[in-house]
Design a protein around this ligand. Structure first.
Ligand SMILES: CC(C)(COP(=O)(O)OP(=O)(O)OC[C@H]1O[C@@H](n2cnc3c(N)ncnc32)[C@H](O)[C@@H]1OP(=O)(O)O)[C@@H](O)C(=O)NCCC(=O)NCCS
Length: 188
């Protein structure tokens, strides 16, 4: 049985379950995590290869989180943003943005730089892969800057394959054009 109807009815009742993995808990992201989200999303060294970050001020982070919270209230969300918790500490986020058909989901991730290199991004991403299967997705994709080795290593470890490398990427922190990698994984 697929989890989709259960998930959606739980969501409607605003009792969205958190998802546990070996060391982490994924919870619906939102305004409760404003300060901890702003720390990493406004830090240039934490967001060097990102198109929409760094944020210039806390209002930008607040707007983002308010938008995320509204999406969690929908019966059938178009995207899912999860806060990643290590014990009681909010260390980052992982997300899944669906296409129009709700068959393909785009994965994304960011961790506070103090928590890099412990396998947390992979653990959260692997949990999202299971979640994606549970809501009936057929394909996962992910994009990153060609220089963002840490990000594409997470993709490769998930079993995703490189499908394209294109010019024309502009990260927010840089005026220089860079190349973008796209990976995909067909879900069984
Ligand atoms: C991308 C990011 C989430 C990875 O987080 P992380 O928790 O350090 O990654 P993990 O520890 O799960 O590592 C997964 C794999 O990638 C490898 N890896 C991680 N960082 C690496 C780096 N800088 N260089 C080379 N390999 C790296 C790990 O060794 C591991 O592979 P292994 O198990 O075979 O050794 C983190 O670097 C980050 O938040 N970056 C800034 C935000 C960002 O760029 N997000 C992506 C936007 S597209």
């Amino acid at each position: 049985m697929r989890l989709k109807p259960i998930w959606h009815s739980l969501n409607k009742m605003r009792k969205v379950p958190c998802i546990k993995s070996e060391r982490l808990v994924l919870k619906p992201h939102g305004i409760d995590y404003l300060d901890s989200t702003h720390v990493y999303s406004s830090d240039l060294s934490n967001t060097l290869y990102m198109i929409h970050l760094p944020n210039q001020n806390k209002e930008e982070t607040r707007d983002f989180l308010e938008n995320v919270s509204k999406e969690w209230e929908k019966e059938v969300p178009d995207f899912y943003e999860f806060a990643i918790l290590l014990g009681d500490v909010h260390i980052g986020s992982v997300c899944l943005y669906l296409d129009e058909s709700h068959e393909t989901g785009e994965l994304g991730w960011i961790l506070n730089k103090h928590y890099w290199h412990h396998g947390y991004a992979f653990e959260a991403a692997a949990t999202m892969k299971t979640f994606a299967i549970s809501i009936g997705l057929k394909r996962l994709i992910a994009h990153c800057d060609d220089q963002n080795v840490a990000s594409y290593k997470v993709m490769e470890k998930l079993g995703m394959k490189l499908v394209s490398m294109t010019k024309g990427r502009y990260n927010k922190a840089s005026k220089e054009e860079s190349k973008e990698r796209m990976y995909q994984l067909i879900l069984e």
